[in-house]
Design a binder for this molecule. Structure first.
Ligand code: PLP
Length: 759
């Protein structure tokens, strides 16, 4: 970002009142202290998101920022320039609008409820070479995201592609004012219109406000009436124009047609488009994060190296405390010299501990010796950096699970949107975060401002602390012999009995500790752990005279939250309310009360959210009402083919010769077995996998490390990817085949299966 706005003008643009004048210019805007790197001539906007930006002004100051846009009293040293405005978000948008208005090249805006990012990326791919394009990074499409995208426009570009989304009525006018689109692309509003709109029509109308003044807006036939009803100057895209393309094997044909049509409209030759349509990249242009060799954390973004994606990757790497030492590896082949310099400037502004620039795919010895660091790999689509990244893979075993962190965040926000604003969110990360791995998810949760983490046992909490997790951690089961670690790592125990309470207090007294945070587990119907209603008075009396401990929360757990008949849950909630009353009267108001797990939050958030909820399975999208709640699936489990062979009629397959071929057939051996969690009960047709879009049944018995499947009707070869769990075989189906529930499937995927986290 390079804005060059003189201070005086800046104050006018944001309609602010400044405590002092300045001769400086404003060049860079920040709103998140974690990603502050270039400090000269920067300004910090105190925005109110999940957290109040005003709470972070001191941190921004400490990092070197000297100019602040606020609308609350803040205490900062004398040399801080403080600009008071009515609303910092609107002020940011005014700056974006001002900046956008400096440029006369076309701005294409994309909105609708689906497919925006895909279309934007594909359009970029089709137009690259013809235009110098600035586009929204990833799916930066919110009120803030659109502003930041516009602020990246420069004189060197000659086309902007901006995506925009809204979730509430009356939001689009602010985006429209900022973007002033020249051309529009409308992707439609699907069946699932956003909660905050009374109808699909109302949702569409809000979206279409973006195009009120656009020259032409493009859309498919299906949205013709919406466009007309909202008086949008529209061009309806005719798929027939692309009839020479066989879309039947291609994903998202409508998105392809929209991107092709736009590119043709903008002057790209049809012959080029016909070739490029088959090359449109699958959108794995997401950061891949995984544990690498030598305790390195690998951040793989070798899909493209354009500037905005680079900034995103760097800001993620440098804002995360998953590893202290930050290493950057660049492959700059196929990139022109000017751009190389720009890339280097940006990378150097983050001051990585080491920067490697690879030439001709040569991997320096020093790079292979890096340990305990986070290593970001950035190269263009055409470079061979991908092969280098493989050298850093921890496990070469070609079976892996992918966790989609963005969808996990979506699911958490979906739950939170059902809750009162003051209700906190605890995420249960017991059993290595439901089998997703020890640290990656907790770090992600820490970054997205979750309030609390919960674990089952002290050891799990210790591991988190040893890996720089600083959030408060509730421990459900605390063994007496774990008190040492508990105290050393500042973990917060759940107290379930008088004996345990006495032992803890005794221990704390020895160490002269007072006010140690504890949580009280109460029984309301699970009959697992905790104090019963009739014990509560004695417990309270005891707590009153134990200065060693301080009750932070009182909680209970639902036994039957997914039962459509809510009687039992209601009874538990009522009992909990009684207990809550007793605590409040006796111990004051500071205590947090909580009873809801994921299923509970989905169904009882109105009457029982209290002060906190404890989410688990729901963040992965696997509750009984996931579809209605619009939760997204988050897990894909994949393996690869190690060999394909043909067997004759009468031959048998595998141990105990449990499968006999009735005719000649083609079979594939896959790199997964019961030791990975693909259980033996899936043998012989109970289980199946998907290969290149076709279902293939398991034949013979599942082996420890391998399975065989029938691929007679599938075009496939060794090395091809295989879906174990994914869009075709969802978690629910996989669990049903094993007669179990998603929880058990998730936690039974063996440690030897590598875990990849998509950002
Ligand atoms: C595991 C657990 C949760 C989370 O449950 P989900 O069903 O996964 O949402 C919440 N509270 C307690 C006490 C738990 O043990």
């Amino acid at each position: 970002m390079n804005l060059n706005i003189p201070h005086k003008d800046f104050i006018n643009i944001v309609s602010g009142i400044s405590n002092q004048s300045s001769e400086q210019e404003i060049n860079v805007i920040y709103y998140d202290t974690r990603i502050i790197n270039a400090i000269n001539n920067s300004v910090f906007f105190a925005l109110k998101g999940r957290r109040n930006g005003h709470d972070f002004v001191q941190k921004a100051y400490d990092k070197g920022v000297r100019c602040f846009v606020v609308n609350q009293q803040v205490a900062l040293p004398q040399d801080a320039i403080i600009i008071n405005v009515e609303d910092p978000l609107r002020a940011l948008q005014e700056v974006a609008k001002y900046h956008r208005d400096q440029f006369s090249y076309p701005v294409i805006a994309i909105t609708g409820s689906l497919g925006k990012t895909t279309i934007k990326e594909w359009l970029y791919f089709l137009l690259e070479g013809e235009y110098n394009i600035i586009r929204s990074p990833k799916s930066f499409n919110s009120q803030i995201g659109v502003a930041l995208s516009l602020l990246e426009m420069t004189n060197e570009h000659n086309l902007a592609i901006i995506e925009a989304d809204i979730s509430h009525p009356n939001e689009m006018k602010y985006i429209e004012a900022m973007v002033s689109p020249t051309l529009g692309v409308y992707t439609g509003v699907g069946h699932y219109y956003a909660d905050n709109f009374e109808s699909q029509k109302a949702h569409a109308t809000e979206h279409l406000k973006l195009f009120k003044y656009a020259n032409i807006t493009f859309g498919l036939e299906a949205y013709k009436s919406e466009l007309r009803r909202n008086k949008i100057n529209a061009e309806i895209i005719n798929p027939e124009e692309w009839s020479e393309i066989d879309f039947s094997h291609l994903s998202y044909p409508s998105n392809r047609i929209i991107a092709l049509h736009m590119a043709a409209f903008l002057g790209v030759d049809k012959s080029i488009l016909l070739k490029k349509v088959h090359l449109l990249p699958t959108l794995s242009n997401r950061l891949e994060v995984f544990e690498g060799i030598d305790n390195n954390l690998i951040i793989n973004d070798s899909y493209n190296i354009d500037i905005d994606a680079l900034e995103q990757a760097l800001s993620y790497q440098f804002s995360s405390d998953e590893r202290k030492d930050k290493i950057v590896v660049l492959d700059l082949s196929f990139i022109d010299e000017n751009k190389q310099q720009e890339i280097l400037n940006i990378v150097n502004s983050y001051r990585p501990k080491e920067l490697f620039i690879l030439k001709e795919n040569h991997v320096p010895k020093e790079l292979m010796e890096v340990k305990n660091s986070s290593i970001l790999f950035k190269g263009s689509y055409r470079s061979r950096l991908k092969e280098t990244v493989l050298l850093f893979k921890n496990r070469k075993h070609e079976t892996w699970v992918e966790f989609d962190l963005k969808s996990i965040e979506h699911n958490i926000r979906t739950f939170q949107s059902k809750l009162p604003e003051t209700t906190k969110t605890l995420v249960m990360v017991k059993a290595s975060s439901y089998g997703t791995g020890d640290n990656n998810l907790p770090h992600f949760l820490q970054q997205i401002d979750i309030d609390y983490l919960g674990v089952a046992y002290t050891d799990e909490g210790s591991t988190l602390r040893e890996n720089q997790i600083t959030l408060p951690i509730l421990v459900m089961n605390t063994e007496i012999n774990a008190f040492n670690d508990l105290i050393r790592f500042n973990l917060e125990p759940s107290i379930v009995s008088f004996d345990q309470l006495n032992a803890l207090c005794e221990r704390l007294e020895q160490d002269n500790i007072t006010g140690y945070p504890i949580h009280i587990t109460v029984e309301t119907g699970m009959n697992r752990l905790g104090f019963y209603l009739e014990d509560i008075e004695a417990l309270i009396e005891k707590l009153k005279v134990q200065p060693q401990v301080k009750v932070k929360s009182v909680y209970s757990h639902l036994a039957d939250a997914d039962n459509p008949n809510a009687d039992y849950t209601q009874q538990q909630i009522n009992r909990f309310k009684q207990i809550k009353g007793k605590f409040q009267v006796a111990l004051g108001k500071e205590i947090l009360f909580h009873i809801l797990n994921s299923e509970g939050t989905s169904r009882f958030s109105k009457e029982a959210a209290f002060d906190m909820v404890r989410l688990g399975i729901g963040i992965f999208g696997y509750t009984s009402t996931a579809k209605e709640d619009e939760l997204l699936p988050t897990i894909k489990w994949k393996t690869t083919i190690s060999q394909v062979k043909t067997i004759k009629s009468g031959e048998t397959v595998g141990y105990s010769r449990n499968f006999k071929a009735e005719q000649s057939m083609k079979i594939a051996t896959l790199r997964i077995g019961y030791a990975d969690g693909f259980r033996r009960s899936l043998s012989n047709g109970v289980g199946s996998v998907f290969i290149n879009g076709t279902e293939c049944l398991v034949i013979g018995n599942v082996c420890m490390d391998m399975i065989m499947v029938d691929v007679t009707d599938v075009i496939c070869e060794a090395g091809d990817e295989v879906e174990i769990i994914g869009p075709n075989i969802d978690m629910q189906l996989f669990a049903e085949r094993l007669n179990t529930i998603p929880y058990e499937v998730m936690t039974s995927i063996n440690k030897r299966v590598s875990r990849i986290y998509l950002r």
